[in-house]
Design a protein. Sequence first.
Length: 208
Amino acid sequence: MSWRYSRIGLTGGIATGKSLVAAVLREAGLRVIDADRLAREAVVRGSPAFDAIIRRFGESVRGADGEIDRPRLARIVFSDPAARTALNAIVHPRVAERMDALLRDVQAEAPGEPVVLEVPLLYETGLEAGLDAVIVVDLPEDLQLARLMARDRLSRAEALARMAAQMPLGEKRRRATAVIDNSGTPESTRGAVMEILAHFRGENGGSP
């Protein structure tokens, strides 16, 4: 089957439900490259990025297990834009390099098959360049805030700071090829994903 789009980005705001949509895409047979997983792998103990983070932020961000204490580091970078910029400069290039390598591997193995790049900061980092389509997972702001506070056990102020550190969802919606409203049930989200895939496969002529 010929796909209308083969390089597909998946993004959204923090706690909007990208992981749920990615899981549905995998169940539908699509290959998904997860930038968050690559970021975690990039900063494991002994890696160049790990060493760079310790040099920049100090031993206080090393956890009891010797790895980076991600919650502690997050509290630092989401309260200090300069620190966040420094962390991004360490991690993002390594993630982009690994993502490009995985993308080439997948396309060599299965030419023409669609590949999904799940990247929370897709637009913020300019990684949408070269993609055929972008799916944005969306939520009303009050629901996004509530889910983020519950998921990460954050105060309202902490959660708002993390939301503010990303591009506004309204701008992401404006740039998207397709938008999934994840404010309903998992079943309704699943249905929306399948409708979008039908469009991406060229099975209908309408907009997703």
